[in-house]
Ligand binder design. Structure first.
Ligand code: 5GP
Ligand code: 5GP
Ligand code: 5GP
Length: 208
């Protein structure tokens, strides 16, 4: 019996803070559907190897098809908004995420279920709630990165990976949070390997 090659070991579920995306280059564009909520938005659900690398662009024949996610469209616009310029409706971002990352998880999830899984994970993580409950708010103030990690770990049960970027005054600011997820894309797990984000010990949580 031939064994099936393992496609990937786990997912990084990556959420972005829009205030940090927009600050870092003093530029971002709101999607055509309007300014996103002051909440974490989904960046992607990325198949990964436990050794740290990852597969990408796994199936050039599998194109993003809006019709397959039509029932999810208003949730995608709200929870998975694009901030890239020029302003657009988000299809470009979702196409990129599907083609680069989603196609590498097709053994587990079809296109509809891939995007639906991202939406469900965002709801389950409820990151902004976890942080504000711990007194950590997007108010342009600085917070200990350890306190941010602790608040998320206490709420979700697993330590997150943190990525920061710099604003125009070179302050380290909270940009992306990585949560590790099992191959069924439904449960958070301990990260087999942490992403290589850099954050100072104190980081700004910018307003949006
Ligand atoms: P691309 O469109 O080529 O995928 O990505 C555009 C560039 O934006 C990439 O080089 C990406 O790494 C970069 N980028 C990374 N972080 C940020 C950020 O916080 N804000 C902005 N505006 N771009 C970023
Ligand atoms: P950056 O160089 O801006 O950190 O990342 C650029 C792109 O590389 C991301 O948008 C993502 O598609 C991919 N990428 C970066 N780090 C990881 C990772 O640890 N795992 C996976 N699966 N993709 C990553
Ligand atoms: P990645 O390759 O890291 O998965 O995704 C980054 C790509 O998505 C870049 O080409 C970037 O220009 C595009 N993109 C479109 N909208 C966004 C957004 O809101 N945030 C980020 N980080 N990238 C976006």
């Amino acid at each position: 019996v031939q064994s099936v090659a393992q496609d990937f070991d786990f997912f990084y579920f990556v959420l972005q803070w829009p205030g940090a995306y927009c600050d870092s280059r003093n530029s971002c564009c709101y999607p055509k559907t309007g300014k996103p909520a002051a909440d974490f938005g989904i960046h992607g659900l990325w198949p990964n190897y436990k050794t740290g690398g990852w597969p990408q662009n796994c199936n050039p024949d599998s194109e993003f098809d809006e019709l397959r996610v039509s029932d999810l469209m208003s949730n995608l616009q709200r929870e998975w908004p694009t901030l890239s310029c020029p302003s657009n409706d988000g299809v470009k971002f979702w196409t990129h995420e599907w083609e680069k990352h989603g196609t590498c998880a097709e053994s587990e999830l079809d296109q509809h279920d891939y995007f639906e899984a991202g939406l469900k994970l965002k709801q389950k993580a409820n990151l902004l709630h976890a942080l504000t409950n711990a007194g950590i708010k997007p108010d342009d103030k600085f917070y200990e990165i350890k306190d941010i990690e602790k608040a998320i770990k206490e709420a979700i049960g697993f330590a997150p990976g943190m990525e920061c970027n710099k604003d125009s005054s070179h302050n380290s600011q909270l940009y992306q949070i990585y949560l590790c997820v099992d191959t069924s894309a439904s449960n958070f797990i301990n990260c087999p390997v942490m992403p290589h984000g850099r954050c100072d010990s104190r980081v700004q949580f910018p307003k949006f």
